[in-house]
Design a protein around this ligand. Structure first.
Ligand SMILES: [Zn+2]
Length: 213
């Protein structure tokens, strides 16, 4: 392979990665949910119409779950204020998404079987479509978990108040780097820490006061 061709392929790979990132970053929970609902509904109708069968459905539904679950969670994080995931965020996300997936996957076989039965018996089809709504609600709740996590993990730093009464403790705290709100609370570093302490915990991103004056 020539160097020029290698370079071109590398560039294409990079472009593809950029497009993939862009697609993830521009979706909202609502968009991912809608896309999941549409794709799942199409998969169901493919079985109803004889274009697919329950075995293919099962495979496709599992693939769809694996693809959309992390996206829904990441979007929830983003809506809650976390744009860049650190190692803690990633670990929490892996746990939540894997728990969710392993639970969901246990219902896929049964759903596929019911769809196969509804292919033969049209009176059962509405019940299947009602179940699609439940699947969609479940993905939405995973996205909400991400959002709730992010809101509880806002990064904050210690800002000295503009009074001249700070103790050494206040000054030491103000020199600490930003940490999650939960980090400050767990250590009891919550303003005010002495009489007349005008310090505050500040959301480093929005500059809003989370605690204190
Ligand atoms: Zn203070």
């Amino acid at each position: 392979m020539t160097d020029a061709r290698t370079n071109l392929l590398n560039l294409l790979d990079q472009a593809e990665a950029l497009v993939t990132d862009w697609q993830i970053t521009t979706k909202t929970i609502g968009q991912i949910i809608n896309s999941y609902r549409d794709q799942l509904t199409n998969l169901v109708y493919d079985v109803f119409n004889g274009n697919s069968d329950p075995i293919d459905f099962r495979r496709a539904h599992k693939a769809l779950l694996r693809e959309d679950a992390p996206q829904a969670y990441i979007e929830g994080l983003r809506e809650g204020g976390i744009d860049e995931l650190d190692d803690d965020d990633k670990a929490a996300m892996d746990e939540k998404v894997n728990d969710w997936l392993s639970e969901q996957v246990t219902f896929v076989n049964d759903f596929a079987k019911a769809i196969g039965e509804a292919r033969k018996d049209k009176t059962q089809r509405q019940a299947i479509l009602d179940r699609v709504v439940l699947w969609v609600d479940s993905l939405r709740s995973l996205g909400e978990l991400g959002r709730a996590y992010a809101l509880g993990n806002v990064k904050a730093d210690w800002q000295l108040g503009d009074r001249n009464t700070h103790t050494e403790d206040c000054i030491a705290l103000s020199k600490r780097p930003a940490h999650r709100v939960s980090w400050w609370i767990e250590r009891g570093h919550t303003p005010p820490i002495h009489l007349g302490c005008g310090c505050r915990l500040r959301n480093v991103k929005t500059n809003e006061t989370i605690m204190g004056e």
